[in-house]
Design a protein around this ligand. Sequence first.
Ligand code: THU
Length: 164
Amino acid sequence: MAHPLHLNITVEVTTEAELSSAEAATWQAARAATNHAYAPYSHFHVGAALLLDDGTIFRGTNQENAAFPSGLCAERTALFGLAASQPERHIIGMAVAARPAEGDFVAVSSCGACRQVMAEYEYRQKQAIPLLLQGPNGSIYRFQSLSDLLPFGFSADDLPAPKA
Ligand code: THU
C-alpha cells in the first residue's frame, strides 16, 4: 500500500551571536568573499568559505563569463580550488553568503549543480560538513550536513562496483 516516507532533516535556526568563534569566522569569511566575486553579468555576488581542521579558511567566489555557461558558482570554486591545490585537507564547516552588487545580504540556497558537488566532497572525506546559510529576517540556518541539501542524491554508492 502506498504510504508517505517522511524525510528527517534538521535545520537549526540561529543567529550570528550564537555561533562558535570558528563558525563566526567562517560566516564572516563567506560574506567578505563576496567582495571578490567576478559577477559583471548577473551583478549577484556570492561567497563561500570552507573551514579546515586547522582553523584556516579557504574561500571561493562566483566567476562569470561572457559565454554564460562557462562561469562557475562560489561553492564550486571553493571546493574545486581547495581540492586542486590542497587535496589532503579536511573540511569541518562551510558557509555561503550572497548579495546584489550594491545591496545587503540575502537569503539564498545553493543551486542544484553545487549541491551535487558539495555532496561529493563530503562523501570523499567521509565526514559530514555542517553548512551555514542566510535565513530570513537576519537568521542563520545551520544544516548538519552538506548532503542534507540534496535528498535522494546520486553518489558513488549508486555506481556498479568495478569488475575484478
Ligand atoms: N551562484 C552561485 O555562486 N552559487 C549558487 O549556488 C547560485 C548562483 C552565482 C552564479 C552566477 O554567477 C550568479 O550567482 C547568478 O546566478
